[in-house]
Design a protein around this ligand. Structure first.
Ligand code: PHE
Length: 382
């Protein structure tokens, strides 16, 4: 008799456990946010730091009790800097994980591949880092945390003419990359408008490794400055070949040069580029962020990390203000953003692009013989 009751009791416990598991499933006590980052592939130094800074920001919110009473969970997909994979990642995050908010992508070509799809599906897409002007054109649910290429292209052309007194400019760019072509256009327009002459515009295709033919043509025109609108991996190859050919020119670049100091040799010294922040800036938010990131990851955070951290803060704070992650309500809360972050004070204009400043940095050789950057100045938008 006793045995019978024991079996019945055990069965009741098993059934209760199954019921608890089944009813618990589907009900989520976490707030899921999708992330699409290029954490492997040609710009993995960018993607991995950006993701790590996002995780750091989320942990800070979670330690304070989460957002809307829930712990925040980032679901991270790697697109390897391949726009087709960016699209696959978006579809997976939306259909399988059922997220309503996606942080990403990293590079402009990847982000441009998904902006329309995200908008049509009613997803709030917030890219920390994609600077191409057209990124936010897809609709009212697409935002970014960084400035635009027309701004940084203009700033570098102005710097060339007004600070470096350049008269003749040249450009060597990737004709298949939206980021590179957009920057070329804005640099050339401003350089010409300010009285300079573009003496050579040469191009290559993404993945090329030999730029000698183009450099020979550029050298023949004797430019004062050479604009290289591409990412650190390609720029480090180009700078080497420029110096090997004995071309004595000041090289200039956009934010894609971030991480160049870790990849290039002496030949990059003397170059100038635009970036989203300087880890050496005398600024409370920067100091705190850099110290925390160094302690956690043992590295000085690059600009991608700073933007990933800011993007996560901007979005989570807006979710708190909206009281929901519903994209329509979140959009309105985002438009009210006006606060100081690591990469500067941020408000959004009517196209959901932030109004913020840029920092010009110079590539120099440090006391230890390694390349590093030197702060040159800040340029504010008009
Ligand atoms: N702005 C680059 C792009 O749109 C990505 C990038 C951001 C690179 C910040 C370096 C620093 O593709």
């Amino acid at each position: 008799m006793k045995k019978k009751w024991l079996i019945v009791g055990a069965l009741v416990v098993v059934v209760a456990v199954i019921i608890i598991i089944l009813t618990g499933r589907g009900k989520s006590d976490t707030l899921k946010i999708g992330v699409i980052m290029s954490t492997s592939g040609p710009v993995s130094h960018f993607g991995s730091q950006c993701r790590d800074a996002m995780l750091m920001a989320v942990d800070e919110f979670n330690a304070r009790g989460g957002v809307l009473g829930k712990q925040v969970e980032l679901i991270v997909e790697d697109d390897e800097k391949n726009p087709e994979k960016t699209m696959n990642a978006l579809i997976k995050l939306v259909t399988k994980d059922k997220v309503k908010v996606v942080l990403g992508g990293l590079t402009s070509d990847c982000t441009l591949a998904i902006t329309k799809e995200a908008q049509q599906r009613g997803i709030l897409l917030f890219t920390p880092t994609s600077t191409n002007d057209m990124v936010t054109d897809a609709g009212d649910l697409v935002f970014r945390a960084c400035f635009k290429d027309s701004f940084q292209g203009t700033v570098m052309a102005q710097f060339a003419i007004e600070t470096l007194n350049a008269k003749k400019g040249a450009v060597l760019y990737d004709m298949n990359n939206d980021y590179s072509t957009g920057l070329t256009k804005s640099f050339e327009e401003t350089f010409t408008a300010l009285g300079g002459t573009v003496v050579a515009t040469e191009s290559y295709a993404g993945g090329d490794k030999d730029f000698n033919a183009q450099i020979t043509k550029i050298k023949a025109e004797e430019p004062d400055v050479l604009f290289l609108p591409d990412y650190y991996n390609t720029v480090s190859l180009i700078t080497k070949q420029v110096r090997n050919q004995g071309l004595d020119v000041t090289m200039l670049g956009p934010d894609g040069w971030d991480e160049l100091v870790g990849q290039a040799g002496e030949e990059a010294v003397g170059g100038y580029y635009c970036n989203h922040y300087s880890p050496d800036a005398d600024d409370f938010d920067v100091e705190q962020f850099v110290a925390q990131y160094r302690e956690r990851y043992g590295l000085t955070p690059n600009a991608l990390a700073a933007l990933g951290y800011d993007a996560t803060y901007i979005v989570l704070e807006a979710i708190e203000r909206a009281g929901t992650d519903d994209p329509q309500k979140l959009k309105a809360a985002l438009m009210e953003t006006s606060a100081k972050y690591v990469t500067g004070h941020i408000t959004f204009d009517e196209n959901r692009d932030p109004v913020k400043s840029t920092t010009i940095l110079k590539v120099v050789k440090g006391a230890d013989g390694k390349l590093t950057t030197e702060y040159v100045g800040v340029v504010n938008p008009d």
